[in-house]
Design a binder for this molecule. Structure first.
Ligand code: NDP
Length: 250
């Protein structure tokens, strides 16, 4: 096992499956103690069994904003500090624009934006004290170009990119780097739900992805590891597409 990041402590939200699990796996392989947070205890247990002793799990709903200060305190109390926060947990909904209720819209924005803000704020308070820290947000192609039937998701991911830049500028003098990964279409439960059974959408995705295939969650894990590393020490405020060329595809 490599020890490129000895003693670092990371939080990966939604780390029980999909992209979050791949990020957590890459972190653990690089000796980063990784706390994954999700709602599904069974998924978390399976992830912990797979990732081994450097992985710790906390079953908590990030939508409960009032619980987030306690979550952060619990992690700091147990592991001493938080060096890296990956705001990966997110939800999607595919619906015609006029069928989206105010509740639908609010639900997506709450998880994808409000919870990201509230958790980041709590973590940044401890990073400020430490004088260093790394935050990685997860955006989407929905913030790069217009995709039909995902209005709330598009709004939420566009907000994430703006927040990334605002945070990067404000927090750079405090030693905190804030970056964003914009995954293309990655093979997970989320993309399966959005694309399977919708041949037209799937063809559209593939036709504008020069590499001609969906991405692997591990591709995002690799990018997150880079942004979390000292090698990215002069990188802040970027939105890094990991997309097989989808965002620049014809
Ligand atoms: P999955 O649906 O596979 O995973 C999402 C994760 O988020 C789950 O592990 C889930 O955990 C967690 N989560 C959702 N809501 C909450 C909550 N309220 N509290 C705690 N955890 C929560 O999706 P992906 O892995 O595909 O997506 C991960 C991120 O990548 C998302 O932000 C998504 O928008 C983004 N993304 C994905 C793309 C893709 O093609 N797959 C493309 C672009 C962006 P649990 O089940 O335990 O609640």
């Amino acid at each position: 096992m490599q020890t490129a990041h000895p003693n670092k402590v990371a939080i990966v939200t939604g780390g029980g499956g999909g992209i979050g699990l791949a990020i957590a796996k890459r972190f653990v392989q690089h000796h980063i103690l990784t706390v994954i947070v999700g709602r599904d205890q069974e998924k978390l247990n399976a992830a912990a069994a797979e990732l081994g002793p450097l992985c710790h799990i906390i079953c908590q709903d990030l939508n409960d904003l009032s619980s987030l200060p306690g979550l952060v305190q619990q992690i700091i109390h147990r592991f001493g500090r938080i060096d890296i926060l990956v705001n990966n947990a997110g939800i999607n909904q595919k619906k015609d624009f006029t069928d989206v209720s105010d509740e639908d819209f609010h639900r997506i924005l709450h998880t994808n934006v409000s919870a990201v803000f509230a958790l980041s704020r709590e973590v940044v308070r401890s990073m400020e004290t430490a004088g260093s820290g790394i935050i990685i947000n997860i955006s989407s192609m929905a913030a790069q170009y217009g995709i039909p039937k995902v209005i709330a998701y598009s709004a939420s991911k566009s907000a994430i990119e703006g927040m990334t830049r605002a945070m990067a500028v404000e927090l750079a003098p405090k030693g905190i780097r804030v970056n964003c990964i914009a995954p293309g279409f990655i093979a997970t439960d989320m993309s399966e739900k959005a694309l399977n059974g919708d041949t037209e959408r799937k063809q559209k995705v593939m036709s504008r992805t020069p590499m001609g295939r969906l991405g692997d969650p591990a591709d995002i894990g690799e990018a997150a590891l880079y942004l979390a590393s000292d090698g990215a020490g002069y990188v802040t405020g970027v939105v890094l597409p990991i997309d097989g060329g989808n965002s620049i595809g014809f």
